[in-house]
Design a protein around this ligand. Structure first.
Ligand code: EPZ
Length: 473
């Protein structure tokens, strides 16, 4: 299914789909004109791929998007200037920087991957709906604003293409710290005379709730214990960032985080960890195309579950200090996968392994235990010849000898990247629509793939598509 203008408007660049609720009506004629032109460009952009080339060579991984989003929000908690390096240049981080500027943060883009922020003169604790619609992670501003100013007003994020995405645990944590939290006219309004330490148990392991509550608690008075925390590398990175600003956070990376609140946070100069999901995506691209790829600028420990699965399906995986090499010299073999919170197999790598398994010898069973709607892309994959059946949160995949090129749509960020992998492995030409989703989390994706020998172009219109077809023959 490809999206109409209205569908797309409500989730222009985010994983947040508010549904085609006539969002277009919200814009005035002029705005509608500008917005429409912008979105038309988004709608028109496509990847066009001629598959069949094994990916060979080296690729550098960018900074972790999901760490950057938490770190950018946390940066507003000091009045000093903060310098952040190894920022990924992707749509989500750029939109969050715009949201920060909209409340008065001074943002200085030192270079493509380095930003300095100063939040001494934030004039507004209310974040505009425009931003939360584009990326749900704008909700990290609640924890940061509440921690620093003891008040925050942020639009309630909706569901998105991969599930309902509730934030009840975030709100539970804020309330436990002493904030009154109300929902009015689609906004979350959080206020506190002062925040105090508390003991908070997260009923579900949640990355967002762990990060959001950790931020608010870092400037609460007293001692907070958060239990059943998420242990993802990006949670640890946000905690390390806060500690580099003078916070007192212990235990990040385990399921219990202990925080002693401080009154003030100060300047820091910090470099973001590499993106293990981007790295894993390239590792599976090597696997699916029978390639030989050295993925550089990574932390191999963050990829243990991914590397283990790649070896299970027949790849050679060689680890170095800050790189990993994936070689797939023979046909992949089937396996079973169950996604789970870190250090388990990541849900953000579920579409990628399913694409590889669609070409493997044998039948595989993949269970998605984190989100309730993360197999939508299977319909698109089936159009390329994959054989898979989805029953509830489980996909049964019977490997085929080959996939065939087709015109398909990216339904969300990670599935979109996985469909590009399918296109790279398929015979013939594949055109992928709605790639704005992919651009949310992958920097220079087509450029990096071309450097590995892929025949892929980002095209803006039929003329450019025809030129590509003519060139690749
Ligand atoms: C983060 O989303 C990531 N996004 C997601 O990556 C990732 O898939 C997810 O963590 C799981 O690892 C960012 O970091 C910006 P959760 P988040 O809270 O924090 C339930 C990508 O591809 N839950 O860990 O929203 C929830 O429904 C994106 O970059 C509640 O019930 O995920 C889900 O079933 C896609 N109540 C489970 O917890 C809550 O209050 C895990 O969600 C919060 C979450």
């Amino acid at each position: 299914m490809c999206y109409t203008y209205n569908d797309f408007l409500s989730s222009a660049t985010g994983d947040l789909c508010l549904g085609a609720s006539g969002e277009g009506a919200a814009f005035s004629g002029r705005e509608m004109g500008e917005e429409y032109k912008y979105l038309q460009r988004c709608l028109m952009e496509q990847y066009i791929v001629r598959g069949g080339n094994p990916l060979v060579g080296e690729v550098e991984i960018s900074g972790a998007k999901n760490a950057a989003l938490g770190i950018l929000a946390a940066a507003i908690m000091t009045d000093d200037t903060v310098r952040i390096e190894n920022m990924p240049d992707v749509r989500d981080t750029n939109v969050l920087l715009e949201a920060m500027e909209s409340i008065g943060v001074v943002v200085n883009r030192v270079d493509r991957h380095t930003v300095e922020t100063n939040s001494a003169h934030i004039g507004e604790v209310s974040v505009d709906y425009e931003y939360i619609k584009k990326i749900r992670a704008s909700y990290y501003l609640i924890g940061a604003l509440l921690g620093k100013y003891k008040e925050a007003e942020v639009p309630l994020p909706g569901g998105c293409n991969i599930g309902s995405r509730p934030i009840d645990l975030h709100l539970k944590g804020f309330r436990a710290l002493g904030a009154s939290v109300t929902i009015r006219n689609g906004f979350i309004i959080a206020k506190a005379e002062h925040l105090h330490g508390s003991r908070i148990y997260l009923d579900t392991v949640s990355v967002g709730a762990t990060i959001n509550i950790m931020m608010a608690a870092s400037m609460a008075e007293g001692y907070t214990v958060i239990e059943n925390c998420a242990r993802e590398p990006h949670v640890v990175d946000v905690a390390n960032f806060l500690n580099s600003m003078g916070a007192n956070i212990r235990g990040a990376g385990t399921d219990v985080i202990r925080i002693r609140g401080v009154a003030k946070l100060h300047h820091t100069d910090y470099s973001i960890i590499p993106d293990q999901i981007e790295a894993g995506t390239f590792m599976f691209a090597a696997a699916a195309t029978k390639g030989d790829v050295m993925v550089k600028n990574i932390i191999p420990k963050h990829l243990e579950a991914t590397s283990a699965k790649l070896m299970e399906i027949g790849c050679e995986v060689e680890e170095f200090d800050s790189a990993v090499r994936v070689v797939a010299s023979k046909r992949l073999t089937s396996t079973n996968v169950k996604t789970s919170p870190y250090p388990g197999y990541p849900t953000d790598m579920q579409p990628q392994i399913c694409v590889a398994l669609s070409l493997a010898q044998g039948t595989s069973i993949v269970t998605e235990s984190i989100f309730e709607n993360r197999f939508k892309y299977m319909d698109e994959l089936a159009r390329m010849g994959a054989v898979a059946r989805v029953e509830g949160n489980t996909a049964i995949i019977t490997g085929v000898d080959r996939l065939m090129g087709a015109r398909i749509c990216a339904p969300d960020l990670r599935a979109g990247a996985a469909l590009v992998i399918a296109a790279l492995a398929a015979e013939g030409i594949t055109t992928i629509d709605d790639i704005v989703y992919i651009q949310r989390g992958y920097e220079k994706f087509d450029e990096k793939l071309r450097s590995l020998g892929a025949e892929i172009e980002l095209v803006h219109d039929d003329k450019e598509a025809r030129k590509f077809r003519f060139r690749v023959g």
